[in-house]
Design a protein around this ligand. Structure first.
Ligand code: GLN
Length: 559
C-alpha cells in the first residue's frame, strides 16, 4: 500500500481498462464484471469502476425507458445500471467513487477553476480534463477494512464505443496512463465479429478498424475479446492477432451464453484470466482457484439444469427489458437456488381497471414451454402518476385473493394507499405525490424532506438501518433483527395512519430506528403480502441471493 501520498496510486495495483468497438451493447459491463470475478476466484482483491462519456452529472435524471434502471449505491449515489452487474458479479459494495460521467468530471474541473485553483492558466480539455480523469481513475480505492490496503487490480470500464467524439478525453487519459504505469496498465478491447449469411463468412474487418482507431489515439490493446454468435476458428483469431498487433494467445472469444453468469466459467476456460496474470508478470499456475470459483460454477450448473419454471407478473409502467433490471435479476438468481427458472411478465398498470384486473392478473401466459399461470406478483417502483390507479386496482385484487405479492418502494406505497381506501374506508386516500390536497395523505413527504426538496430535489438515497418486528414475516424471511437496505424515494408512509392500519390488519414490520419511518409493511393474514419502502433488489448478488426474494418466491412456489 502506498503510505506517503494517499492521492497517488498504489505502487503495486494494476489497472485494467476495458474499451469497446464496432457497436454498442456488446456487453462491456459484463466482460468487466467477469474479469473482476475471475480475478477474485484466483484470490485477488479487486475494485471496479465505470467512466461514462455522457454529460448528465449522474444518471438519476435519465428515463428508465430510455436508459434502463437507475442503480443506487449503498452511499446513496444514483448510478448506471452497469454498477448492478459489478455488484452481482463481484459482491463488492460500490460507492459514488466507482462511477464518473463526463458531466461530473467537468463539474469538478469548473468548480476548481471557480475556486482559482488553476492559478490563472487557460483551463483546457488537455491537460485539465484529462488530468482530472486520470486522478479519478487512479484515486485510492477504499477496501472493506483499511488494513486491507489497495486492491491488486482496478478494472475500469469506459462507456460508449471507440470513435465516439465524447469518449476521446477518456482514451487520451488511458494513453497517458499506459505510458506512466507501463506494465501495470492493461487494455482489453471488446469488438464484434459479424457473420455475413450471404457469404457464409465471419468478418474481422470491423474489429481491425476499431483497433486501428484505438491505435490512432496512441493506445495498443493488450487483449482483444471478440463477441460473436458463432465459433471462431484458430485461423481467424490468428488473423485478428496479426492485424491488430496482439499476441495470438491474447485474442479471446466471448460467445452468446444462456445467461451472463455463464461468462466467468466460459472465459476461465478460454484463459482470459491467465492472460491478464501473465501480462502482469504473475505466474497463473502458482494460483489455484478459490472456493468462490467452485460456488460460481455450481450456480451456473444449477441454472443450466433447471427444467421447472416459475412465472411472475411485474405490475409496472416501463416496458423495457432493462427498466427493472435489478428486480428481474434478483428474481432469476433467487429462483436458481430454489430450483426454478423464473420468467417475468410485464403487466402494464396503465391498462388495468377494476373491470379487467382479474382477467389480466390470472390469465395464463403462453410461452414455448406451455401455458403458465402467474404464481406471484411484484408491484414495481416508479415516479409520477402514470399507471397509479391501475397499480392500486392490482394491489386490491392481489390482497383480497391472497396472492403472493411483493411491493417495492412505490409498490409498497400503493399497498398502503389501497389498504387505506378499501379497508380503512378513506376513499380519497392517496400520496401527496399524486394529489397534493388529498384529505388522507397516507403517503406524504416528511417535513425535513420538504426543506431538502426545495434545495434541489434530493431524495432519501442509499443505505438506511431497518429494525424488524419480532415474529413478523419480514423477521422470519431475513432471519435477522436489523438490516440495512438502499432507498431512492421522496415520500414516506405517514405515521399518523400507522395505528389505524395496524388495527385493521396491515402491520409495520420494519422501521428505521433513528427516525421511526416505516420501512416494511405486511398483511399477516395473507401468505405473502409485503411491501418495502427500500429497494432490496440492489443488494442481491449471484453468490448471495436476497432473503426477501427467496421468501417471496418460496411463497409463490407454494401458491
Ligand atoms: N415516487 C415514490 C417516491 O418518491 C416512489 C419512488 C420509487 O419507487 N423509487 O417516494
Amino acid at each position: 500500500m502506498n503510505t506517503d501520498n494517499t492521492n497517488s496510486p498504489s505502487a503495486s495495483t494494476r489497472y485494467i481498462f476495458v474499451t469497446g468497438g464496432v457497436a454498442s451493447s456488446l456487453g462491456k459491463g459484463v466482460i468487466a464484471s467477469t474479469m473482476g470475478r475471475l480475478l477474485q476466484n484466483r484470490g485477488f482483491d479487486i475494485s471496479i469502476q465505470k467512466f461514462d462519456p455522457y454529460i448528465n452529472v449522474d444518471p438519476g435524471t435519465l428515463n428508465p425507458n430510455e436508459h434502463g434502471e437507475c442503480y443506487v449505491t449503498i452511499d446513496g449515489y444514483e448510478a448506471d445500471l452497469d454498477l448492478g452487474h459489478y455488484e452481482r458479479f463481484t459482491d463488492i459494495k460500490t460507492t459514488r467513487n466507482n462511477t464518473y460521467t463526463t458531466g461530473r468530471i467537468y463539474q469538478e474541473v469548473i468548480d476548481r477553476e471557480r475556486r482559482g485553483e488553476y492559478g490563472g492558466h487557460t483551463v483546457q480539455v488537455v491537460p485539465h480534463i484529462t488530468d482530472a480523469i486520470k486522478e479519478m481513475m487512479l484515486k485510492p480505492h477504499p477496501r472493506t477494512s483499511p488494513s486491507e490496503g489497495e486492491p491488486s487490480f482496478v478494472i475500469t470500464e469506459i462507456g460508449g464505443t471507440v470513435g465516439d467524439i465524447e469518449g476521446l478525453p477518456f482514451l487520451e487519459a488511458i494513453r497517458q496512463l499506459k505510458w506512466e504505469l507501463g506494465e501495470r496498465a492493461i487494455v482489453i478491447h471488446l469488438a464484434y465479429v459479424p457473420y455475413i449469411a450471404a457469404a457464409g463468412e465471419l468478418k474481422t474487418k470491423p474489429t481491425q478498424h476499431s483497433v486501428k482507431q484505438l491505435q490512432s489515439y496512441g493506445i495498443q490493446p493488450d487483449i482483444i475479446v471478440l463477441r460473436s454468435e458463432h465459433d471462431l476458428s484458430e485461423s481467424l483469431r490468428r488473423k485478428v492477432a496479426n492485424f491488430c498487433n496482439v499476441r495470438p494467445d491474447c485474442v479471446f472469444h466471448s460467445p452468446d451464453v444462456p445467461t451472463i453468469y455463464a461468462l466467468p466459467p466460459r472465459m476461465y476456460e478460454e484463459g482470459l484470466c491467465d492472460a491478464v496474470l501473465r501480462l502482469s508478470d504473475i505466474c497463473p499456475d502458482s494460483l489455484p482457484v478459490t472456493e468462490s470459483h467452485d460456488r460460481w460454477h455450481r450456480f451456473v450448473d444449477m441454472r443450466a439444469a433447471l427444467t421447472d419454471e416459475l412465472h411472475i407478473g411485474m405490475v409496472g409502467k416501463y416496458n423495457l427489458q432493462d427498466a427493472y433490471k435489478s428486480i428481474t435479476e434478483s428474481l432469476s438468481i433467487a429462483g436458481v437456488y430454489l430450483g426454478r427458472k423464473v420468467r417475468t411478465h410485464f403487466i402494464n398498470a396503465e391498462e388495468l381497471t377494476a373491470g379487467n384486473v382479474a382477467e389480466r392478473l390470472t390469465a395464463p401466459w403462453v410461452t414455448e414451454t406451455g401455458t403458465h399461470p402467474l404464481a406471484g406478483f411484484v408491484i414495481c417502483p416508479g415516479f409520477g402518476d402514470r399507471g397509479i390507479e391501475g397499480k392500486i386496482v392490482a394491489a386490491r385484487y392481489l390482497r383480497e385473493h391472497n396472492l403472493p405479492t411483493l411491493g417495492i418502494c412505490l409498490g409498497m406505497q400503493i399497498m398502503a394507499i389501497e389498504f387505506a381506501r378499501t379497508v380503512l374506508g378513506h376513499a380519497e386516500a392517496n400520496s401527496t405525490e399524486f394529489n397534493r390536497t388529498t384529505p388522507h395523505p397516507v403517503i406524504d413527504m416528511m417535513e425535513e424532506q420538504k426543506h431538502i426538496a426545495k434545495l434541489g430535489g434530493t431524495m432519501r438515497l442509499g443505505g438506511y438501518d431497518c429494525e424488524l418486528a419480532p415474529g413478523s414475516l419480514a423477521h422470519t424471511v431475513y432471519a435477522s433483527e436489523r438490516i440495512v437496505e438502499r432507498h431512492r424515494h421522496r415520500y414516506e408512509l405517514n405515521n399518523d395512519y400507522a395505528e389505524a392500519l395496524t388495527a385493521k390488519g396491515m402491520n409495520i414490520s420494519g422501521r428505521n430506528p433513528q427516525t421511526g419511518l416505516a420501512e416494511i409493511i405486511e398483511v399477516p393474514a395473507n401468505r405473502f403480502y409485503l411491501g418495502t419502502q427500500f429497494h432490496p433488489e440492489y443488494g442481491s448478488t449471484v453468490l448471495n441471493p436476497h432473503p426477501l426474494f427467496l421468501g417471496f418466491l418460496k411463497a409463490a412456489l407454494n401458491a
